[in-house]
Design a protein around this ligand. Structure first.
Ligand SMILES: [Zn+2]
Length: 246
């Protein structure tokens, strides 16, 4: 209520109550659009609304800071505060765009090749067997006409490049340090760090500051879901997860 009075007395021409209603309506409309039109789940829509509310709270904090130190307007304009209007720019700003390498791959025997290879020449282990001979490219119709496209790619992310981006996140060292300082709960296992497996790694590996522990996950799945009459496509994924973050 105190903040309302500040704004109303500071600028009598500005209808704060009406503007605040419009802002709330705009937030509700964008969340409903994502939920009903774009198919965003209820849980994800709720997270979006929460994030928007956090952004408005931060904007209020900035407003209060401006009131105390009006000279900050020399450094900040609305352009500094507005979010990008393209999701790809948003991903880039948050450092979530990984460097993905793609390698030409045989769809039959999964051998990897340089990008200018036409056919798979891999032979099986017996010396008398024929080469795989599978065509690695196909012609696909695109808006610009027929286009030669690889039938299959193998995508990878460099662990070292991922580590560089992972360790450059704000407060990441402080967050990782929690895993070394964790005191295991002797009665209830509440998280992985309470498990005997975590504590019994050789040489107390997981407890030594600077060491990072990873899990590896491998699975094959049909990205179009498993419908009997549906397209049968198999995609595989190998994931490595750092276990030193809560
Ligand atoms: Zn092959």
């Amino acid at each position: 209520m105190f903040d309302f009075q500040i704004f109303i007395t500071a600028d009598l021409d500005f209808d704060f109550v009406s503007a605040s209603h419009q802002l709330k309506d705009a937030l509700c409309a964008s969340a409903i659009y994502l939920n009903i039109h774009s198919g965003l789940s209820q849980v994800a829509t709720n997270r979006f609304l929460k994030a928007q509310n956090e952004a408005i709270s931060l904007a209020f904090d900035l407003g209060r800071a401006f009131e105390r130190t009006p000279s900050i307007s020399d450094h900040f304009t609305p352009v500094n505060l507005l979010a990008p209007e393209d999701s790809r720019m948003g991903i880039s700003r948050l450092g979530l765009d990984p460097v993905i390498r793609r390698t030409l791959c045989c769809p039959k025997c999964f051998s990897l090749y340089p990008p200018d290879t036409v056919k798979c020449m891999t032979k099986s282990s017996t010396s008398y067997s024929k080469a795989c001979n599978t065509e690695l490219w196909m012609i696909r119709m695109t808006p610009d006409g027929p286009h030669a496209t690889p039938k299959c790619h193998f995508y990878t992310q460099s662990l070292l490049e991922w580590l560089k981006s992972f360790l450059s996140h704000p407060r990441i060292e402080e967050i990782i340090d929690q895993s070394y300082q964790h005191v295991p709960n002797p009665h209830t296992m509440c998280c992985l760090w309470d498990s005997p497996a975590w504590q019994d790694l050789p040489g107390q590996f997981s407890m030594n500051p600077g060491n990072l522990t990873f899990s590896i996950y491998i699975d094959w799945f049909n990205p179009f879901t498993n419908k009997i009459s549906g397209k049968t496509v198999s995609a595989s994924i190998i994931l490595v997860t750092c276990l030193n973050i809560p």
